[in-house]
Design a protein around this ligand. Structure first.
Ligand code: ADP
Ligand code: MG
Length: 200
C-alpha cells in the first residue's frame, strides 16, 4: 500500500463520515467521565477539514499542516490542540515526499505521537488517546500494515476500560473513571479503522 494525497483525502473523508455517525456515541462516552462534548468537538473539526481547498501540487506535508490548523482552530477542548499537534508534527516529519509506504507513514506518525506526548505530558496507561495512538503507530511503523495498526488500536481502546484516568477532565473523577472507555481512545481507534479501509 502506498500513501499519497489522494489516499489521505479519502482517509480524512472516512474519518469525517464515521465521526458524524458516532458523534452521539462519543459524546455519551465523554458524558460518563468528562463533559459530553468529545464527539461534537471532533465532528465539527473534521467538517472543516474536508472542506479545505485541495492543493493538487502540494505535498502531503502541506495537507497535514492545514488539517492541524483546522483542528486547532475549530475542535477546542483538550483534544483539539492534541489532535492538531498529531497532524502538525506528522506533517513536519513528512518533508517533501509525495508517496509513503505503510512503514514510512508509521514513522512519521510516531513523530506526531511524540508531539502529543510532549504537549499533554501523558504516557501510556494514563487512560487517554495515547493508549490507542502509541500501539497503533508502533504497529504501523513495524509492519507497514494498517489493518494491524487498527487491531492494535481496538485493543488499546478496550484496554482503557479498567484504567484510572490520570490526565484531562476524567482524572478529576479519580477511581470513578474506572470501568469506562476513554472517549479520546475511542476516536483514535476510529481514525485507524478508517486508515485500514483505504485501498490495498
Ligand atoms: P475536554 O476534556 O476538554 O472536554 P475532549 O472531550 O474533546 O476535551 O477530549 C477528551 C479526551 O482528550 C480524553 O478522552 C483523552 O483521551 C484526551 N486527553 C485529555 N487530556 C489529555 C492529555 N493530557 N494527553 C493526551 N490526551 C488527553
Ligand atoms: Mg469533553
Amino acid at each position: 500500500m502506498s500513501y499519497n494525497n489522494e489516499v489521505f483525502r479519502a482517509w480524512l473523508g472516512c474519518i469525517q463520515r464515521r465521526l458524524e455517525e458516532e458523534r452521539a456515541v462519543l459524546d455519551r462516552l465523554d458524558a460518563e467521565i468528562g463533559d459530553g462534548d468529545h464527539g461534537s468537538n471532533l465532528s465539527r473539526g473534521f467538517r472543516k477539514v474536508v472542506e479545505l481547498p485541495v492543493g493538487a501540487e502540494e505535498p502531503p506535508a502541506s495537507l497535514f499542516k492545514a488539517v492541524a490548523m483546522a483542528l486547532i482552530s475549530t475542535v477546542g477542548g483538550a483534544s483539539g490542540p492534541l489532535y492538531g499537534t498529531l497532524f502538525l508534527e506528522t506533517g513536519k516529519a513528512m518533508g517533501s515526499s509525495t508517496e509513503f509506504s505503510g512503514q514510512e507513514l508509521g514513522r512519521c506518525l510516531q513523530s506526531g505521537v511524540s508531539g502529543v506526548q510532549r504537549l499533554g505530558k501523558a504516557s501510556a496507561g494514563d487512560k487517554t488517546m495515547l493508549d490507542v495512538l502509541i500501539p497503533a503507530v508502533d504497529a504501523l511503523a513495524a509492519s507497514g500494515n494498517a489493518s494491524a495498526a487498527a487491531r492494535a488500536a481496538e485493543q488499546g481502546r478496550e484496554a482503557t476500560i479498567p484504567l484510572q484516568a490520570r490526565k484531562g477532565r476524567a482524572s478529576y473523577l479519580g477511581v470513578r473513571s474506572i470501568g469506562h472507555v476513554d472517549p479520546g481512545a475511542a476516536s483514535a481507534a476510529l481514525i485507524f479503522s478508517c486508515l485500514a479501509q483505504q485501498g490495498s
